[in-house]
Design a binder for this molecule. Structure first.
Ligand code: 5GP
Ligand code: ZN
Length: 114
């Protein structure tokens, strides 16, 4: 069994609140939401972080972005606006080492973050 918790979520071995799935991408609600809408978008293929993306992940990278667009529309965030966050490595605040994009929205967000 994979030791990666997000791979286990994709495999259905850890329960998750799914909001979207296609051949490339899986998306589910963050267990500790920081806003009314907080969804994590992950590729089904295990990639540790953005720095581990390879040239032949070109199609997958596009599918992730297009998935984010579809999910934002599904959540009703596309008109109001929202934020996409990708934390990379220790100083970037990454705690789960399977690349994931946070979709955060449903309230006014401020910039810069902490
Ligand atoms: P990171 O800090 O790596 O960018 O974000 C990891 C996110 O994954 C955190 O927001 C955390 O709440 C979420 N998370 C960690 N473990 C689980 C889990 O088992 N289920 C769900 N739904 N979210 C998780
Ligand atoms: Zn994984």
């Amino acid at each position: 069994m994979s030791e990666c918790i997000f791979c286990q979520i994709i495999e259905g071995k850890i329960p998750s609140n799914k909001v979207y799935e296609d051949d490339y991408v899986y998306a589910f609600r963050d267990i500790h939401p920081v806003a009314p809408e907080h969804v994590l978008v992950i590729p089904k293929k295990h990639i540790t972080s953005l720095t581990h993306l390879e040239e032949n992940d070109e199609i997958l990278a596009g599918k992730i972005l297009l998935g984010i667009k579809k999910i934002a529309k599904q959540l009703g965030l596309d008109e109001k606006g929202f934020r996409v966050v990708n934390n990379i490595g220790e100083e970037g605040g990454q705690t789960v080492f399977h690349i994931h994009f946070h979709i955060i929205g449903g309230r006014q967000l401020t910039w810069p973050p902490g």
